[in-house]
Design a protein around this ligand. Sequence first.
Ligand code: RFL
Ligand code: PHB
Length: 393
Amino acid sequence: MKNVTKTNVAIIGAGPSGLLLGQLLYQNGIDNVILERKSSEYVLSRIRAGVLEHTTVKGLEKACVAERMHREGLVHHGVELVFDHQNVRIDFEKEIGKHVVVYGQTEVTRDLMDARITTGGTTIYEADDVALHDIDTISPYVTYVKNGEQHRLDCDFIAGCDGFHGVSRKSIPADILKTYERIYPFGWLGLLSDTPPISEELIYVKHDNGFALCSQRSTTRSRYYLQVPLSDKVEDWSDERFWQELKNRLPPEMVNKLVTGPSLEKSIAPLRSFVSEPMRYSTLFLAGDAAHIVPPTGAKGLNLAAGDVQCLADAFMDYYKNNSQFGIDSYSERCMKRVWAAERFSWYMTRLLHTFPENDDFDEKMQQAEFNQLKLTSHASKALAENYVGLPY
Ligand code: RFL
Ligand code: PHB
């Protein structure tokens, strides 16, 4: 084959996992190439996460891409939960002396893409038919098609950062992988609008009609979500219908503060918990959504991805600089503890705040009692704060 190149680490996927890993490796002199199926514009058009934990912020600082986030990101000291029109505020500062930063995944991705251009790192966008070969040998390689031509990328390691539907996880033999999954019987309909947020903090709402979330991207841009049945389509939801249903689910004093406007984007995301173990198979390392999915209720997906790639970058540094296998050998085990803790928290928040079609009166009383715990015991609100802001690892 004529188009053969070589690198240390072939990274599949230019989402936040792949781009952050590429940048952390670059900072440490480890050569890498990113292969992405879509265009950069398409990657930037996906509206996703909004909440960054302290360790994610630290990761962006290490990758030297934190300047705009520090300038434009909004520091949040707490969140509000509303259950059948009763409120409780979880005060992160009071409970554990920490905060989160609200800064959209789109902006994190843009900053990482800009940094990659500045540093001259190679990203091949619109790489078709990416396939992994010989991953259980010391000479793995990746093939892909760009502009109709076949290419081959030789490497030492492959980082599978290609999300839930990517090719990397599927390249691991089925008898090696153990998977765990919970599919929830609803999705989230998200709406982005250039309207001022309803509140300075995020508001998570449980209502008989379903869950709602009031989030934000800046002081002038809001992001709202509604729990909807999986059978619903975006076309079923005009902006008017969305705003009316959000008003139905919010307490009256909050409705008065809601500013509505035309949507810039609307999309429906299904909710799923998923883990595949182990996260390493020979020369292939999975990171981010390629290895695990959480329902967005705990705001953990992007943060888990950032945690994985920081751990993976350290492992590769150990290998290339100290000639040590320890980091790569312990990668999966080290990630799994954090992954399962975030899975548990995301499942807990989802169960607490959604209306489950199959729930009976007893289940609903349990949900109410669980919410009351947050009002009545400082242990419960402290545990929520610790998990939301991010457990130390
Ligand atoms: P991504 O972002 O899916 O990126 C994977 C990339 O791989 C590419 N790809 C391929 N490339 C080459 N060849 C192939 N065969 C390929 N197959 C796929 C894809 O095109 C894509 O560019 O995974 P990554 O990088 O691991 O990042 C994970 C995060 O995107 C995800 O966990 C978060 O967005 C989850 N999430 C949230 N996380 C948080 O931490 N806080 C939040 O507040 C939060 N809110 C959310 C969310 C996710 C949501 N949706 C849409 C599921 C809110 C929502 C609604
Ligand atoms: C968001 O702003 O998109 C967002 C915030 C918090 C969540 C989920 C999504 O839990």
